[in-house]
Design a protein around this ligand. Structure first.
Ligand SMILES: Nc1ncnc2c1ncn2[C@@H]1O[C@H](COP(=O)(O)OP(=O)(O)OP(=O)(O)O)[C@@H](O)[C@H]1O
Length: 833
């Protein structure tokens, strides 16, 4: 018999969800204009986020410290509040890897310690990694990070004990207090879906009594159900994640790196092991069985209860007991026997399935480290209906192919929902792969799309995989998670980073960060490429600099991008790397510069206006044609581009100070095929015009990668550049002509490309997209004239003659054809204009 409601609510879950998802009127929001994904115009329905933040941030380390300590020696006064001499070192401090700053809650890890791998694993669970260069890593203990720690099953006492053991000084009292108070209210109450019924669960019966007495929560309990039921807590482990030999559990064996390091450090066993062994002994103790208590609530009131618990300062954790879900049909899916997941993939999944249930949250792995396989393995573990949401229709196809490649899923059980494909699976359950825009767009939905949406909304899903979570606005997540009923959510990203600081929203819309990998460690182990990063300083020529000082800020950027010395540096580096056998990608956000550079250097280029068929042809040639070793890309190539052949990146213009774009671009070469060749390095150059604003933006952009341990070398002179045959703009006359041409451009030519989607984005025309076929030409014309000063006759004339010139020069049939096509398009544009 279906459970009777005690408190009646109006409307079904999906109706209520659709009401909630109605966007509130937008108000202007102040965001950092330096980020392309700022959420201008997003509904300010952030009260939920603010509540969570309030609940979480009511604790601040500041309020626990500032204990006054007497200066302990004559030098103490020099250090002011940062004098920690009062914390006496433990006698065996050499063996312990952590320094703790009690004022700021910062933890410094000595990454050369034999215990470093273990400590790092622990720290990424309880603290935010701030910076991880070679020898010293810095972490911050924050209310958010402690919330995440509790949500993966750590107890406050675990955190305190392990920190104390690893610390060189006794754990400062205020840090203990901070951890205890911060975690006192987290993780106490869980929302658990069992047999398709929702339960409020806790290990503390008093907590549940308190909730039952609450006027809001009390009313949501199902009448007639036992007030509080008691059962055994789920055992840690027991669940084996496919592709691994280990049972899932928060307490993992030290990873391979640790094992290797420990072997190598054989000369110092005495150093490592007493602490290490004690830690492991403690871990074993924690597998003891516990009791949990719960009461059942009306499923329609889940959000009411969540909100109320938040107000009461007991944020609820969401967990899915999929092994006991007998209502939703099982999906026949398993990893193929050949698929072996890597240790860091396993570790990230162990945080998700730590206690045998699925916890919602976000996994952060560098580009090319295999986030797709992590998602697929999570799907193979849960084995229920799965929804995958991606940013472009190309990614949708890739996800489907990867599912088929890595798992034994019946291809009929995995369907695609994009503008061109609206498939359903025929059996009782399956996988649907779609894009964020397909499931959130509300206006002008076709009949077929609406039917697909009804299909998605009319059933329960076991897992929703959210790809590239950092680029999607919170309002979209809200719509997605409210309109599609899913038991657990897994967000995947390479850079949990936004310039507008809205990343915090993801903590409650998806779940806390479950795992963040160390880029350098993965590079050392050969999972991603090792990259040499360099910033090349290009002096401005006198005439360009004079104009730069005189011009408005928009035109200034065009001058520093088109600086002839930068052009020469680009030409030199392409020549140098092509001769070494590298495949080179040159990135330019500015389309005018992109075209100018590419045409002058006789290279292929792709930007928002390039038709899809031509994009694919160029990329194919770049991959397989030995004569096409360099390709110029606008910002549409920042994401989703999988070209393992590329081994060198040159950046000539970028999006102001966006740290994320820098990381995403670097990601294009992290999957280099040759990464395991002995001594192989990929190269990442940022060309910067000296003494211009670009220098400032450049250092801002690098901050994230520097924190990941990348060292940017500054190159002030490229040796041998003067001797490069056919060096462009070598004479003053050529440089003056270039300057005149640049000055003739209108200000819009200085803008970065404005485009939605990516290289394969559906909005910029997914493969075979009908929308693209119909509107591509028209849109191309608009982009060109808007963005590259196409309305200017001088420009059109110039390009015509340049095309002729190039046609004569290029011997490569592919290049010849490309220039012919581009010339045709330009002629078309001129007519349209
Ligand atoms: N465990 C594994 N064993 C073998 N190959 C793997 C494994 N994990 C990932 N790969 C391979 O690594 C490559 C990169 O994987 P994937 O495309 O999932 O990376 P990603 O993290 O999603 O990158 P991006 O952020 O750039 O999209 C793929 O070719 C994939 O097949």
């Amino acid at each position: 018999m279906p459970p009777k409601r005690k408190a009646s609510t109006t409307g079904s879950r999906s109706e209520r969800a659709s009401k909630r998802s109605t966007p509130a009127p937008s108000t202007p929001m102040s965001v950092d204009s330096s980020d392309e994904y700022s959420e201008q115009g997003e509904p300010p329905d952030e009260s939920e986020a603010e509540n969570i933040d309030k609940a979480i941030n009511k604790f601040s380390l500041e309020s626990y410290n500032r204990q006054q300590h007497q200066a302990t020696d004559s030098a103490s006064q020099l250090f002011g509040s940062s004098d920690f001499a009062y914390l006496s070192l433990k006698p065996d401090h050499d063996n312990r890897p952590l320094w703790i700053d009690p004022v700021k809650g910062r933890i410094i890890l000595e990454s050369f310690s034999p215990l470093a791998a273990y400590a790092q694993d622990f720290l990424t669970t309880i603290a935010e990694p701030l910076s991880r260069p070679t020898f010293l890593h810095e972490y911050a203990l924050t209310p958010h990070s402690l919330y995440a720690a509790v949500s993966v099953g750590l107890l406050p006492s675990d955190i305190i004990n392990v920190l104390d053991r690893l610390s060189k000084v006794p754990l400062p009292e205020n840090i203990r207090e901070f951890i205890t108070k911060c975690t006192a209210s987290y993780g106490k109450v869980k929302l658990v879906l069992k047999h398709n019924r929702y339960f409020v669960e806790s290990t503390d019966p008093e907590m549940l009594q308190r909730l039952l007495k609450d006027e809001v929560v009390g009313k949501t309990r199902i009448e007639g159900s036992d007030e509080i039921t008691k059962e055994k807590a789920p055992q840690m482990g027991g669940l084996v994640i496919p592709g691994t030999k280990n049972a899932a559990g928060v307490k993992q064996q030290p990873d391979q790196a640790q094992a290797q390091r420990t072997d190598q450090d054989a000369e110092g066993p005495a150093k490592e092991d007493d602490i290490f062994l004690t830690l492991r002994e403690e871990d074993d103790d924690e597998d003891e069985t516990d009791q949990v208590h719960s009461f059942e609530i009306v499923s329609d009131d889940v959000e009411v209860v969540q909100k109320r618990c938040l107000e009461l300062e007991f944020p609820m954790l969401e967990e899915y007991d999929f092994r006991n879900d007998e209502v939703n049909p099982n999906l026949e899916i398993d990893l193929k026997p050949s698929a072996q997941i890597r240790h860091y993939q396993e570790k990230s999944l162990s945080k998700m399935f730590g206690n045998g249930r699925a916890k919602s949250g976000i996994i952060v792995l560098p580009c090319g480290a295999g986030k797709t396989l992590v998602g697929i393995t999570a799907a193979c573990t849960i084995k229920k209906g799965i929804v995958v949401l991606c940013t472009s229709s190309m990614s949708v196809v890739q996800w489907r192919n990867e599912f088929i490649k890595w798992s034994n899923i019946n291809p009929d059980d995995i369907a695609i929902f994009t503008s061109d494909h609206k498939e359903k699976f025929s059996r009782s359950t399956g996988i649907i792969v779609s894009t964020y825009s397909m499931v959130t767009q509300t206006k002008g939905r076709s009949h077929d799309s609406q039917k697909m949406m009804d299909f998605l909304q009319g059933r329960e899903w076991g897992l929703m995989i959210l790809d590239e979570v950092h680029v999607v606005p919170a309002s979209i997540f809200r719509k997605v998670t409210h309109s599609i009923a899913t038991h657990s959510k897994l967000g995947l990203t390479a850079t949990l980073l936004r310039e507008d600081d809205k990343i915090r929203d993801l903590n409650f819309l998806i779940g806390p960060k479950l795992y963040e990998a160390n880029w350098m460690e993965l590079a050392e182990q050969g999972h991603i490429a090792k990259v040499q990063c360099a910033e090349v300083w290009c002096p401005m020529t006198t005439e360009f600099y004079q104009e730069y000082l005189r011009e408005s800020s928009r035109k200034r950027s065009l001058l520093y991008i088109m600086n002839p010395r930068k052009f020469q540096a680009c030409q030199f580096l392409i020549d140098y790397h092509e001769k070494r056998g590298d495949k080179v990608i040159v990135f330019s956000d500015n389309v005018y510069a992109l075209e100018k550079y590419a045409l002058k250097l006789h290279k292929a280029y792709i930007y928002g206006g390039t038709p899809q068929a031509e994009r694919l042809r160029i990329l194919e040639n770049f991959q397989h044609n030995d004569l096409v070793n360099t390709v110029f890309l606008s910002k549409i190539g920042d994401t989703s581009l999988d070209l393992p052949e590329a081994t060198c990146l040159i950046q000539i213009s970028s999006h102001y100070g966006s740290r994320r774009q820098e990381a995403q671009r670097l990601g294009r070469i992290l999957r280099a095929k040759r990464r395991n060749d002995e001594g192989f390095n990929a190269f990442f150059y940022s060309l910067v015009s000296k003494d211009t604003q670009e220098m400032y933006y450049s250092s801002k952009r690098q901050a994230f990668l520097v924190d990941q341990g990348y060292a940017f070398k500054v190159i002030t002179h490229l040796q041998g550049i003067e001797n490069l045959p056919n060096l462009a703009y070598a004479s003053p006359q050529e440089r003056t002509e270039l300057l005149q041409e640049v000055m003739l451009q209108n200000e819009t030519s200085a803008d970065v490309e404005k485009i939605d989607g990516d290289l394969f984005g559906e909005r910029s025309g997914g493969p075979g997209s009908k929308r693209f076929a119909k509107k591509g030409a028209r849109r191309t014309a608009g982009m060109l004239s808007d963005l590259s000063g196409g309305q200017d006759m001088a420009y059109i004339e110039y390009n015509k003659s340049r095309n002729k010139e190039l046609k004569g020069k290029s011997q490569n049939p592919f290049m010849k054809k490309m220039f012919r096509d581009q010339a045709k398009r330009r002629a078309q544009n001129t007519n349209l204009d």
